[in-house]
Write a protein that binds this ligand. Structure first.
Ligand code: B12
Length: 398
């Protein structure tokens, strides 16, 4: 089967003109391309870090702020410095980039600039023709993040072609039990976030990442984030656009399309997670796609240590709660957007629903979009406390 081309798109720093790139993203996706969208007002460093971690073939930049010659050139230079000059740079910016500017930019290593009036079909054809070939493997030593990014691609693409990497054999033999849970391998604590679309999972994760990074200056986090897609089709992988604190050198984030698998995760999640959990991260955070009532993304194979279900207060009537199976399994349930009018009712209805389970499940109210929210602080404390008790149990056992 043909594997989807992966590209990253972004709008430069001090630029909020995102309507062009939003239209172009949709056209790329319609033609089977997986687009990781980083959003607007993004620095050179953020763009290059994301492109390397996501292992994309090219970066498409849409620029209207007037600083395009320097900005595009800096992206090319930083890619080269980081050993990632195989990632190509292209873009446009209708009313601002002149033909003379474009000639200068090409001399500085930019692949192609598109002008006002170019059709969407022309741009898509260009991407397919120029970035659709498999990458030529470089023989020289790669940095750890490039190496990790390439391995994740190998796992994902291998599975899409029906091949499983030998890496998995190691995984099954080194599986171990921590406390009373079966943990994914490695030393990292794995936290799974799930819940319906629009509940605020990504914003909540981003706020937690801020707290994790602040608590310990050496801590490193990996995020595996999922968005839906159909086999052989494109996908908009847009969680990075919501992330602010996770744009950090101590955070390694990878966006994955579900490539046809139902239930919130991708066919490659398990193996990619196993690799990340072995790769010197303190925490690995998995975010599922927006899930429905029947979804049990983390139950089957015990791949996470702690499960957080993020709910929106507007789930409908109390009866709806009976049908959400994740409410039986989640370790922590979060009512996000608790500043909304219905949040108090939601809290007491969910509390009653959890009481039926007779398990030690925790319920927390948050407003993730609010900086320094006390609910997010409580959730963070709870996750750290669970970690301390997990370590205690492991020590007692050994
Ligand atoms: C729409 C628009 C806005 C909207 C933006 C809405 C949004 N969310 O994007 C609004 C009204 C909010 C706005 C605000 C401002 N704008 Co304005 N805006 C424009 C306008 C009219 C069109 C840009 C556009 O989206 N075009 C539609 C796209 C699809 O077509 P295109 O630009 O021709 O692009 C083609 C190719 O370049 C290619 N392409 C573009 N990007 C990419 C990326 C990739 C990867 C690829 C492959 C191809 C590609 O696709 C198209 C193919 O046909 C331009 C004028 C212009 N003609 O460019 C001014 C313009 C960009 N804005 C301008 C300015 C000054 C501003 C403001 C600063 C005004 C102010 N004082 O508040 C603010 C800044 C906002 C901010 N936060 O950054 C100036 C910039 C001048 C400069 N840099 O020297 C321009 C050029 C207008 C002018 N002539 O003065 N703006």
């Amino acid at each position: 089967m043909t594997l989807p081309i992966r590209i990253l798109t972004a709008v430069p720093i001090c630029d909020g003109h995102d309507s062009a790139i939003n239209t172009i993203n949709l056209e790329f996706i319609r033609h089977g391309i997986e687009v990781i969208y980083l959003g607007y007002h993004r620095s050179v460093g953020d763009i290059v870090r994301a492109a390397i971690q996501e292992d994309v073939r090219a970066i498409g930049i849409s620029s209207y702020n007037g600083g395009h010659i320097e900005f595009f050139a800096e992206v090319v230079d930083l890619l080269r410095k980081r050993g990632a000059s195989d990632i190509k740079v292209f873009g446009g910016g209708g009313g601002t980039i002149t033909h003379d500017d474009a000639a200068t930019m090409r001399r500085k290593g930019v692949d192609q600039i598109f002008f006002a009036g170019t059709s969407l079909a022309e741009m898509t054809d260009y991407v397919r023709k120029n970035y659709g070939m498999p990458r030529k493997t470089q023989s020289r030593t790669k940095s750890w993040d490039i190496e990790l990014a390439w391995k994740l691609t190998e796992i994902e693409d291998g599975l899409a072609k029906g091949k499983r990497l030998t890496f998995n054999a190691q995984r099954s033999t080194s599986k171990k039990t921590i406390g009373n849970r079966q943990s994914a391998i490695g030393n990292a604590k794995v936290i799974g976030f799930t819940g319906p679309g629009g509940a605020g999972k990504t914003t909540l994760i981003d706020e937690l990442v801020l707290r994790f990074l602040k608590q310990n200056p050496r801590r490193r986090i990996a995020i595996l984030s999922h968005d839906p897609s159909v086999v052989g089709e494109g996908a908009l992988l847009g969680d990075r656009a919501t992330m602010i604190n996770s744009q950090n050198d101590r955070v390694f984030m990878r966006s994955m399309a579900t490539r046809g698998q139902a239930g919130g995760l991708s066919p490659a999640t398990h193996d990619c997670l196993a690799l990340l959990a072995q790769s010197n991260f303190d925490y690995v955070i998995i975010e599922t796609v927006g899930t429905g009532q029947e979804a049990l993304p983390f139950q089957k194979n015990g791949i996470v240590d702690l499960t957080v279900l993020v709910m929106n207060p507007d789930y409908g009537s109390r009866l709806q709660l009976q049908k959400i199976v994740m409410l039986d399994l989640a370790d922590i349930v979060v009512v996000n957007k608790s500043d909304l009018q219905r949040a108090r009712t939601a809290h007491s209805e969910i509390e009653q629903r959890l009481e039926q389970n007779r398990r030690d499940q925790r319920l927390i109210d948050t407003v993730a979009k609010r900086h320094r929210d006390s609910g997010v602080d409580r959730l963070f404390e709870l996750i750290c406390r669970d970690e301390r008790s997990r370590r205690g149990k492991a020590r007692n056992k050994s």
